[in-house]
Design a protein around this ligand. Structure first.
Ligand code: SAM
Length: 249
C-alpha cells in the first residue's frame, strides 16, 4: 500500500538515526527533502540510494501534485527535513494535509526533535509545556511577544538562532523578570553539547562572558510563572467581590 512516511532524522549525532528510518528511506520510491544537498550526506552515510526531490517552504504547494501522482501510481514517498522531525519548525505541514485530504495514509517514523530532547534533560516541569518554535526575529515584535508569554504557567520552549540568542534572553528578562529560571540547551547530541540552567540575569552574564556559548544551535526553556496558591485571592478579585457584596440587599 502506498503511503507518505514522515521520517525523523538526527539533530546532530548520526547514531540517533533509527533502523526503521533507514529501512523506510531505502524502500521509498522518492524522498522529499528540505535541502537535497544537505540530505545527500545523510543518504551517503547510510547507503541510501533513493531519488531525492526538494520540498521547502517556497515550493511546497507545487510539489503536492507530483507527490500525489507518485502515491496514485502505488509508490511510497518519504518526507524528511534537514534535521529532526519534519513539520516541527520545518516544512511539511502543507504536504501532509494535502496527502491526508487525498485519502492516502500518512505514517510517522518518529525520532529526534530538539525540543523533546531539551525538555527531557532540562529539569523543568515537563507535565505541561508549550512549544513555541522561533520567537519573532525583530526586536519590537519579540519584546511584545515575550510580554504576552510572561504570565504563562506552563514550561515555555523556544528555538533561537545563534545570532539573536543573547539579545533574545535580554528581552526575555525585561518581560519576565531577571530571576526567572531558564535553561539553555545548546548543540544537543553534538561535541559541544551544553545544558545550563540559571536565573535570567546570571544566564545572560554567563553567556556574554564566553563567546563560545553563543555558537551553534539553541533551545531555550523557561520555567512557567507559578500559579497563585489556592486560597490566595488576588487583589483585583477581592475588589470585585467587595463591589458585588455591597450591592446585595
Ligand atoms: N525539525 C527540527 C526538530 O525536530 O527539532 C527543528 C528544525 S528548526 C529549523 C532548527 C532549530 O532547532 C535550531 O535553530 C535550534 O533552535 C533547534 N535545534 C536543532 N538541532 C538542535 C541541536 N542539536 N541542539 C539544540 N537545538 C537544536
Amino acid at each position: 500500500e502506498s503511503a507518505l512516511y514522515v521520517v525523523a532524522t538526527p539533530i546532530g549525532n548520526l547514531q540517533d538515526m533509527s533502523q526503521r528510518a533507514v529501512e523506510v528511506l531505502k524502500n521509498a520510491e522518492v524522498i522529499a527533502a528540505e535541502d537535497t544537498r544537505h540530505s545527500a550526506r545523510l543518504m551517503a552515510h547510510f547507503n541510501i540510494n533513493t531519488r531525492l526531490i526538494s520540498v521547502h517552504d517556497h515550493n511546497e504547494r507545487q510539489r503536492i501534485d507530483s507527490i500525489l501522482d507518485l502515491l496514485r501510481a502505488g509508490n511510497s514517498v518519504a518526507l524528511i527535513s534537514d534535521a529532526g522531525t519534519p513539520l516541527i519548525s520545518d516544512p511539511g505541514f502543507v504536504v501532509v494535509r494535502a496527502v491526508r485530504e487525498a485519502g492516502f495514509k500518512v505514517v510517522p517514523v518518529p525520532g529526534c526533535a530538539a525540543f523533546v530532547a531539551a525538555l527531557s534533560a532540562a529539569g523543568l516541569p515537563s507535565d505541561r509545556f508549550a512549544f513555541e518554535g522561533f520567537p519573532p526575529a525583530k526586536r519590537n515584535a519579540r519584546q511584545q511577544y515575550y510580554q504576552e508569554q510572561s504570565s504563562e504557567s506552563r514550561t515555555l520552549i523556544f528555538y533561537e538562532s545563534p545570532h539573536r540568542v543573547l539579545e533574545s534572553l535580554k528581552d526575555m528578562s525585561d518581560a519576565m523578570g531577571a530571576d526567572r529560571q531558564v535553561v539553555v540547551a545548546r548543540e544537543l547530541t553534538k561535541t559541544f553539547e551544553t545544558i545550563h540552567s540559571a536565573p535570567l540575569a546570571e544566564l545572560i552574564d554567563w553567556m556574554a562572558a564566553d563567546h563560545n556559548q553563543q555558537k551553534g544551535e539553541f533551545v531555550l526553556l523557561v520555567h512557567g510563572k507559578p500559579k497563585p496558591e489556592a486560597g490566595v485571592v488576588d487583589n483585583n478579585v477581592e475588589h470585585v467581590l467587595d463591589v458585588l457584596l455591597a450591592e446585595l440587599p
